[in-house]
Design a binder for this molecule. Sequence first.
Ligand code: SF4
Length: 277
Amino acid sequence: MQNEDWVTGNIGLNIGGKPLNMQVTVPANPVKPHRMLPIFHQMTNAFVDISVQAIEASGKKISCKAGCGACCRQPVPLSEIEVYQIAELVEAMEEPRRSEIKERFARAVVHFQSIDWFEKRNKCAELAETLSPDEAMNEVFKVILEYFEQGIPCPFLEDESCSIHPSRPVACREYLVTSPAENCSAPTAESVDVIDLLVKPSENLKFVGRSRNFNKMASIPHILALEIADQFPENFIEKKGERWLADFFQMLTQREIPKKGVKSKPKPKNRPKKRRL
Ligand code: SF4
């Protein structure tokens, strides 16, 4: 289907041996990449559902439920496009809510600055390049745990529920556990069993539409979103929705998605290993 502003198409994927057919509607005209987030959210939800079905088929059960916001005291890694989406979402809120949410962000930043948490996080990211995967994971866990121990809820958490649920970040959509919900209040690497997703879009979204604002940063903790957006005005290029979608799938599959009517280039010799969807 095509009208002036939107194009609708069907996507067929195979994820972990399971077929997934989706209909997606994308902007027909060039847009900034953060306008694509509702579509990336739709896809993330579908990918997470397939992983959940596989987990449940193995006899485990997801223990996350509405009104349990224990995990919303962790740092949420945001891609660049999510930083600007969150900043716009807050900016679009009515007063006095907008000021209240901004105040929560500011208070959280001040607190984590006071314990040098951002420096520790940056150091951890640097260390990750020299450590083994297990050692790096341990360091990441320590930094996340220190954040969690501060007990500072996400600025969007209200009555232990996400107040921006339909627009919540991709990393929040991906975080589901099968361990008892009460374990999330005092998490350890052993007591909380986070599900392994068959596909993790947050890992790929980090690179979609990345501008020179984010050249050196892979992701940033959510509480810095407003400050970053303020400090570095959005600097995205525009592309048609179908091209942003192609970029997303290219990252996800490590395969080049050719433009319509253009043959794909021959594969380079050291091409990264293909991931099976
Ligand atoms: S955005 Fe929503 S789901 Fe994510 S941490 Fe914040 S309150 Fe929780």
